[in-house]
Design a protein around this ligand. Structure first.
Ligand code: KG4
Ligand code: ZN
Length: 352
């Protein structure tokens, strides 16, 4: 029997049993990450090798360096994930890999690695959308969470509000018309001279600042549930330039706190508005920016007030990791969705 027929047969058996232990790999940007996940909900291991040190010198991710580092780290990270789970390749039922969105070279290293592994082990391979992975981090943190729910997706490349009527199904409520929230944080951090990656630095610095020190404009967007961060980013940049030109010492903590406050207010306002108007059963948050301390506190307070259940990933599952890919893969596998060996990287893969 050829690989694809055999993989289909195994996937059918796993679907019938309703169980699968999945080895997953994530290489879409600057983290080489592998994990072993049981039944989409249980983390047996989760190994993240961050390349931040390699890119920090350049103030952002350098695609060629990322691809090369992934090639070098893949095998090691996979070995470690298996070792930490106390399992070997024969114990793995299926493989999973992020195939988009992300940097094409970085994605390709992961896709090639897992296609090779799938073929040599003769096991089914599941292709996962990175953003769907972020959303699935909530299934690992909250075993009781099931669709339907509404999700605020806020990462370095995406700011979306989506309805999740069922596993793997998404309806777009709104999205950013310009920068993503994480991107806005990173740009504001650069203006303050903070090193890459800027989001967590702004967040830490903001804890000591006055959020009302610099008022920033509220965004105006075409759609009711859309986001826009470029107006507040430009106002922030102009204010900092003005201070520098007049020789003022930058009140960095106040500036960071003001910017964080403006972004978080916008994120929380629209998320709560959409949840209320669409009659959402619960609100979930996903993506790197869901680690933001003020966003977490603000959503906790507003959801409590609104009587709306709130789900956020555990901190280490907010930013890129392999566990979230293994979780998303399980629910795809249970629908019989496996990838052919012709699977390719899709840098601009959409969620909806
Ligand atoms: O989801 P992620 O790890 O990668 C993408 O898929 O893009 O998100 C990375 C983004 C970066 O822009 C980073 O600055 C931001 O998430 N981020 C934060 C925080 N932690 C990570 N932004 C604000 N506050 C944080 N604590
Ligand atoms: Zn991500």
């Amino acid at each position: 029997m050829n690989y694809e027929a055999s993989a289909r047969l195994q996937a059918d058996r796993l679907m019938a049993a309703g169980h699968a232990t999945i080895l997953s790999l994530e290489t879409s940007c600057d983290e080489t990450a592998a994990a072993v996940i049981r039944d989409g909900r249980e983390i047996l291991s989760n190994v993240v090798f961050s390349q931040i040190d390699l890119h920090a010198l350049y103030g952002g991710v350098v695609p060629e360096i990322a691809s090369r580092a992934h090639v070098e780290a893949c095998d090691r990270v996979i070995d470690q994930a298996l070792r930490e789970a106390g399992l070997g390749f024969p114990d793995i039922d299926a493989l999973a890999v992020t195939h988009g969105p992300g940097l094409v070279g970085a994605l390709l290293t992961g896709v090639s690695c897992m296609k090779g592994l799938a073929l040599s082990l003769g096991k089914p391979l599941v292709a996962v959308n990175h953003i769907e992975g972020h959303i699935s981090a909530n299934f690992l943190t909250h075993p009781e969470l099931t669709p339907p729910f509404t999700c605020l997706v806020v990462s370095g490349g995406h700011s979306h509000l989506v309805e999740v009527p069922d596993y793997g199904e998404y309806l777009l409520l709104g999205q950013t018309v310009d920068d993503a929230a994480g991107e806005a944080f990173d740009k504001a951090a650069r203006v303050l001279g903070l090193p890459y990656p800027g989001g967590p630095r702004i967040d830490a610095l903001a804890e000591e600042g006055n959020p009302l020190a610099l008022p920033l404009p509220e965004p105006h967007t075409p759609g009711r549930y859309d986001y826009s961060f470029s107006g507040m980013k430009t106002a922030f940049l102009n204010a900092v330039n003005r201070m520098e030109m007049t020789g003022q010492t930058l009140p960095k903590a106040d500036l960071a706190a003001s910017f964080r406050h403006a972004v978080v207010e916008a994120l929380a306002d629209k998320a709560l508005l959409a949840a209320r108007e669409t009659g959402a059963r619960a609100l979930a948050v996903a993506g790197g920016v869901s680690a933001n301390r003020l966003l977490r506190r603000t959503l906790e307070a507003r959801c409590r007030e609104a009587g709306l259940p709130l789900y956020m990933p555990r901190l280490e599952l907010c930013t890129d990791n392999g566990a979230m890919i293994g979780s998303a893969a399980f629910f795809r596998l249970m629908k019989g969705e496996i990838a052919p060996l012709s699977l390719n990287a899709v840098p601009n893969l959409r969620l909806v």
